[in-house]
Write a protein that binds this ligand. Structure first.
Ligand code: ACO
Length: 328
């Protein structure tokens, strides 16, 4: 049986259209100063009309496959982490399988909101180490702009669209791959981020549309406190499991929800800001896609080298959280 997995290729894709804070000033009662100071976000990317999450996923996946020197037909499993699936059925993973021509792959979606990519890594690790799958495509893709209430200034300034992908293959080295992981959930606080309409609880009707139930609702203040607590606890858990100290971490990639959450988490963990990867200013919160986009950008920027210790740390709707410690 393989000892671990290794990341054979990474890719990411961001839609071309940029929505700046100045653009938002014309749409809702907000301003660049408030958004910058309270969130750290300057701009975000927005998918085109008729451009669903699967399109973003496919673009990111093509780059990851190319970097892994693999043909789509060699992939035996596709996992897509998303809360903005193209449709409720079929899964976005099945749509991606078809668009890529990855005809030999099983396909399923993961719904863990912003923690989806970290959840996916842990699932892939188990499946690969059990010898069940050998060439796995893990994608996180979101078009949050399609479920954003563009009249709600407390959420619309935060969210953006994007996708990131990783090709995972077995490794027989005990010096690379996933060193430790932790996943958690608190369903009792699920109401803090939810999209109430369109599911089996509130099927779509004129009333659900009139009541704007098909948009993401968020209680930002409550989430803020839980986000910092969960991110810090999850990171400490994986560091303890792997017996490493904060100073051993080469790069900390936290979920990009709010610059103040990132600062508070890094400070409490004792990781200096020069070791923290930040791109929230360019993309805002792209939910599950934030971590693989950041991972890909960090790798391309030369901030990840062989042997480095990388800490991935996520928090989001569900509520869910999770952290992974990777040896590159
Ligand atoms: N522009 C200007 N003013 C605003 C805006 C805005 N865009 N949004 C809110 N305000 C106002 C509020 O109305 C309030 O005004 P008041 O004092 O007159 O009532 C004031 O600013 C302060 O509002 P707060 O909500 O207390 O602001 P806070 O500092 O908490 O920042 C924010 C809000 C940015 C949402 C923050 O709470 C946050 O980032 N929370 C965490 C979000 C998160 O982590 N989400 C999880 C992941 S999302 C997912 O899973 C898809």
């Amino acid at each position: 049986m393989p000892k671990n997995f290794k990341i054979a290729g990474l890719g990411s894709y961001l839609p071309e259209k940029i929505l700046t804070n100045a653009d938002l000033e014309k749409m809702v009662d907000t301003n660049d100063k408030w958004i910058t100071e309270r969130t750290g976000i300057k701009e975000r990317r927005i998918a085109k009309e008729g451009q669903p999450s699967s399109d973003l996923a496919v673009e990111a996946a093509k780059i990851a496959l190319k970097n892994a020197s693999l043909d789509p037909k060699e992939i035996d499993l596709i996992l897509v982490a998303t809360i903005t699936s193209d449709m409720l059925c079929p899964s976005t993973a099945c749509v991606v399988q078809d668009k890529l021509g990855a005809t030999n792959a099983a396909a399923l979606d993961i719904s863990a909101a912003c923690s989806g990519f970290v959840y996916g890594l842990v699932v892939c690790h188990s499946l690969i180490c059990q010898g069940q799958y050998k060439k796995v495509l893990l994608i996180a893709a979101e078009t949050l702009s399609k479920i954003t209430d563009w009249k709600d200034r407390s959420t619309c300034v935060l969210l953006g669209d994007g996708a990131g992908a990783a090709v995972l293959i077995p490794s027989n080295s005990d010096k690379e791959g996933l060193l430790a992981s932790t996943l958690g959930a608190m369903g009792s606080a699920g109401n803090l981020i939810c999209l109430p309409g369109g599911g089996s609880l509130n099927p779509a009707t004129h009333k659900t549309v009139d009541e704007r139930l098909h948009y993401l609702k968020m209680q930002g203040n409550e989430l803020f406190k839980l986000a910092v607590k969960s991110l810090v606890e999850a990171a400490k858990t994986v560091m303890q499991k792997a017996k490493v100290k904060p100073e051993d971490i080469n790069l900390f990639i936290p979920h990009q929800a709010n610059m103040r959450i990132i600062n508070a988490s890094a400070t409490r963990l004792g990781v200096p800001m020069e070791k923290v990867f930040i791109n929230i200013d360019k993309y805002g919160n792209t939910s599950a896609a934030t971590i693989p986009i950041a991972l890909d950008e960090a790798f391309r920027a030369g901030r990840i080298k062989k042997g480095d210790l990388i800490l991935l740390d996520a928090f989001g709707g569900g509520l869910t959280w999770g952290a992974c410690l990777l040896r590159w």
